[in-house]
Design a protein around this ligand. Structure first.
Ligand SMILES: [Zn+2]
Length: 125
Protein backbone atom coordinates (compact mmCIF):
# COMPACT_ATOMS: atom_id res chain seq x y z
CA UNK A 1 0.00 0.00 0.00
CA UNK A 2 1.04 3.57 -0.63
CA UNK A 3 0.96 4.37 3.06
CA UNK A 4 3.39 1.52 3.70
CA UNK A 5 5.74 2.66 1.01
CA UNK A 6 6.05 6.07 2.59
CA UNK A 7 6.69 4.88 6.08
CA UNK A 8 10.24 6.23 6.07
CA UNK A 9 9.16 9.65 4.82
CA UNK A 10 6.43 9.61 7.41
CA UNK A 11 8.82 8.84 10.26
CA UNK A 12 11.14 11.54 9.04
CA UNK A 13 8.32 14.08 8.84
CA UNK A 14 6.99 13.09 12.25
CA UNK A 15 10.37 13.59 13.87
CA UNK A 16 10.90 16.92 12.07
CA UNK A 17 7.49 17.98 13.29
CA UNK A 18 8.29 17.05 16.88
CA UNK A 19 11.59 18.88 16.65
CA UNK A 20 9.92 22.01 15.24
CA UNK A 21 7.18 21.92 17.85
CA UNK A 22 9.78 21.80 20.59
CA UNK A 23 11.69 24.66 19.01
CA UNK A 24 8.58 26.77 18.55
CA UNK A 25 7.58 26.26 22.15
CA UNK A 26 11.04 27.28 23.32
CA UNK A 27 11.31 30.31 21.09
CA UNK A 28 7.81 31.65 21.32
CA UNK A 29 8.69 33.17 24.67
CA UNK A 30 9.77 36.23 22.72
CA UNK A 31 9.92 39.36 24.80
CA UNK A 32 11.62 42.72 24.57
CA UNK A 33 14.11 43.51 27.26
CA UNK A 34 13.77 47.00 28.63
CA UNK A 35 17.24 48.37 28.06
CA UNK A 36 18.38 51.73 29.37
CA UNK A 37 20.96 52.22 26.64
CA UNK A 38 19.25 53.31 23.37
CA UNK A 39 21.70 51.23 21.35
CA UNK A 40 20.90 48.19 23.43
CA UNK A 41 17.28 48.87 22.80
CA UNK A 42 17.86 48.97 19.04
CA UNK A 43 19.91 45.80 19.16
CA UNK A 44 17.31 43.98 21.19
CA UNK A 45 14.64 45.15 18.75
CA UNK A 46 16.64 43.72 15.83
CA UNK A 47 17.15 40.52 17.75
CA UNK A 48 13.43 40.32 18.40
CA UNK A 49 12.60 40.86 14.75
CA UNK A 50 15.08 38.23 13.74
CA UNK A 51 13.52 35.78 16.16
CA UNK A 52 10.04 36.60 14.91
CA UNK A 53 11.10 36.03 11.30
CA UNK A 54 12.65 32.76 12.36
CA UNK A 55 9.49 31.75 14.18
CA UNK A 56 7.41 32.58 11.18
CA UNK A 57 9.60 30.43 8.97
CA UNK A 58 9.41 27.57 11.43
CA UNK A 59 5.63 27.89 11.63
CA UNK A 60 5.43 27.74 7.84
CA UNK A 61 7.63 24.67 7.79
CA UNK A 62 5.46 23.10 10.45
CA UNK A 63 2.36 23.62 8.32
CA UNK A 64 4.13 22.20 5.26
CA UNK A 65 5.13 19.10 7.22
CA UNK A 66 1.58 18.65 8.45
CA UNK A 67 0.29 18.93 4.92
CA UNK A 68 2.79 16.33 3.72
CA UNK A 69 1.68 13.96 6.48
CA UNK A 70 -1.91 14.48 5.37
CA UNK A 71 -0.92 13.65 1.82
CA UNK A 72 0.73 10.43 2.99
CA UNK A 73 -2.54 9.50 4.68
CA UNK A 74 -4.45 10.24 1.48
CA UNK A 75 -1.98 8.21 -0.56
CA UNK A 76 -1.03 11.07 -2.89
CA UNK A 77 2.22 12.00 -1.19
CA UNK A 78 4.45 11.71 -4.23
CA UNK A 79 2.01 13.29 -6.69
CA UNK A 80 2.68 16.87 -7.76
CA UNK A 81 -0.17 19.11 -6.65
CA UNK A 82 0.08 21.13 -9.84
CA UNK A 83 0.65 18.79 -12.78
CA UNK A 84 -0.19 15.47 -11.06
CA UNK A 85 3.05 13.92 -12.23
CA UNK A 86 5.19 11.93 -9.82
CA UNK A 87 7.59 13.92 -7.68
CA UNK A 88 11.01 12.26 -7.94
CA UNK A 89 11.98 10.14 -4.91
CA UNK A 90 15.29 11.98 -4.81
CA UNK A 91 13.49 15.28 -4.39
CA UNK A 92 11.25 13.90 -1.68
CA UNK A 93 14.27 12.55 0.12
CA UNK A 94 15.87 15.99 0.12
CA UNK A 95 12.64 17.88 0.78
CA UNK A 96 10.16 15.46 2.38
CA UNK A 97 7.47 18.15 2.59
CA UNK A 98 7.63 19.00 -1.14
CA UNK A 99 4.23 19.13 -2.81
CA UNK A 100 5.36 20.10 -6.30
CA UNK A 101 7.70 18.48 -8.79
CA UNK A 102 10.88 20.40 -9.62
CA UNK A 103 9.56 22.04 -12.77
CA UNK A 104 6.29 23.17 -11.15
CA UNK A 105 8.16 24.42 -8.10
CA UNK A 106 10.49 26.47 -10.28
CA UNK A 107 7.64 27.83 -12.31
CA UNK A 108 5.66 28.77 -9.20
CA UNK A 109 8.68 30.40 -7.61
CA UNK A 110 9.22 32.53 -10.69
CA UNK A 111 5.57 33.47 -10.59
CA UNK A 112 5.77 34.42 -6.93
CA UNK A 113 8.86 36.49 -7.56
CA UNK A 114 7.07 38.34 -10.31
CA UNK A 115 4.17 38.97 -7.98
CA UNK A 116 6.60 40.16 -5.34
CA UNK A 117 5.65 37.55 -2.81
CA UNK A 118 8.27 36.28 -0.45
CA UNK A 119 6.98 32.85 0.42
CA UNK A 120 8.98 29.85 -0.51
CA UNK A 121 7.99 26.52 0.96
CA UNK A 122 11.28 24.94 0.06
CA UNK A 123 13.48 27.63 1.55
CA UNK A 124 16.62 25.98 2.83
CA UNK A 125 16.84 25.79 6.59
ZN1 LIG B 1 4.42 19.29 -11.32
Amino acid sequence: MAVHKNIRARNKLESMKAELARELRQRSGVHVEQAADPMDQILSQIDREYRLAYLQRSAERYRAINRALGRIEEGNYSICLECEEKISPKRLQAIPWAIYCVSCQERLERLREEMGEAWNLDAAA
